[in-house]
Design a protein around this ligand. Structure first.
Ligand code: SF4
Ligand code: SF4
Ligand code: SF4
Length: 255
């Protein structure tokens, strides 16, 4: 399974990864402070230490497990990908993600969930992720998960005074494909350190099994309404465009 190892001791905060991600995913420029529908990765500063934020590509993603229509899924290659045609806009994934990653296109009349998709298309072509390719400082490394874990352990062993003895993502929520090394405790770098080693979907289903069916049905109905509203907007837009086309054809004919 392909993964990323992000070494916060090597990152200089140059933002090349952020720019490369935007170019690779045709995202608009700007808004590089927080994750949003137009920014799939950001670099945060914690007392002079730079820390990337992006989807963790969990081995057992809770975003996928709560999606009632299977719009998100983990691929065997590593990426957790998203199918906008299936999405009904219920936004359960946003609530379920322990890392607050998925964002919603509030400003778009046909909104989608947006997040890092681990450059799935590039991976399918045998390429590495755009962010790893852009990093000139060895702070973001792409490779097989096992090899990256080995690499992380060797760096820690070679320089025990420089690194703390932990690879974040090795075990958190059952393991992730985005992993981090650090020189100070992860809690000081804004990481959640209260997460269990169990995959979150296990917890999710435990919780869901306690919620009465009527509440879940309510959510699905709300999602369905959102989907229908989106479709209605889509159809209206299409009709307007067709009318426009017709008008310009009529104008041409009358000349
Ligand atoms: S390109 Fe590398 S060094 Fe630059 S901000 Fe991104 S991870 Fe850090
Ligand atoms: S970090 Fe969040 S959005 Fe990314 S795979 Fe895990 S649960 Fe899903
Ligand atoms: S893996 Fe691809 S989509 Fe994800 S942050 Fe890196 S460049 Fe962006």
């Amino acid at each position: 399974m392909k993964s990323l190892l992000i070494d916060t001791t090597k990152c200089v905060g140059c933002l090349e990864c952020v720019g490369a991600c935007k170019r690779a995913n045709n995202l608009p420029e700007g808004d590089t402070e927080e994750l949003s529908w137009k920014t799939y990765t950001v670099v945060k500063e914690f007392k002079g230490i730079y820390v990337r934020k992006l989807c963790m590509h969990c081995s057992n993603p809770s975003c996928a497990s709560v999606c009632p229509v299977g719009a998100l899924h983990k691929t065997s290659a590593g990426p957790v990908v998203y199918d906008e045609d299936k999405c009904i806009g219920c936004r359960y994934c946003m609530v379920a993600c322990p890392f607050s990653v998925p964002k919603y296109e509030w400003s778009n009349p046909l909104p989608r969930i947006r997040k890092c998709i681990f450059c799935a298309e590039r991976l399918a072509k045998g390429l590495q992720t755009a962010c790893a390719e852009a990093c000139q400082y060895g702070a973001t490394t792409f490779g097989d998960r096992e090899a990256l874990l080995e690499e992380g352990r060797s760096r820690i062993e070679a320089e025990p005074d420089k690194y703390i003895n932990q690879i974040y993502g090795e075990n958190e929520v059952g393991g992730t494909s985005t992993m981090f090394l650090a020189g100070v405790s992860f809690s000081e770098l804004g990481f959640r350190t209260d997460l269990a080693k169990d995959p979150m979907p296990m917890l999710t289903w435990k919780v869901l099994s306690m919620i009465p069916d009527i509440v879940i049905m309510g959510g699905v109905i709300m999602g369905g309404i959102a989907w229908l509203t989106n479709r209605k907007n889509e159809v209206s837009l299409h009709e307007l465009m067709e009318k426009d086309k017709e008008k310009s054809l009529n104008k041409k004919d009358s000349k």
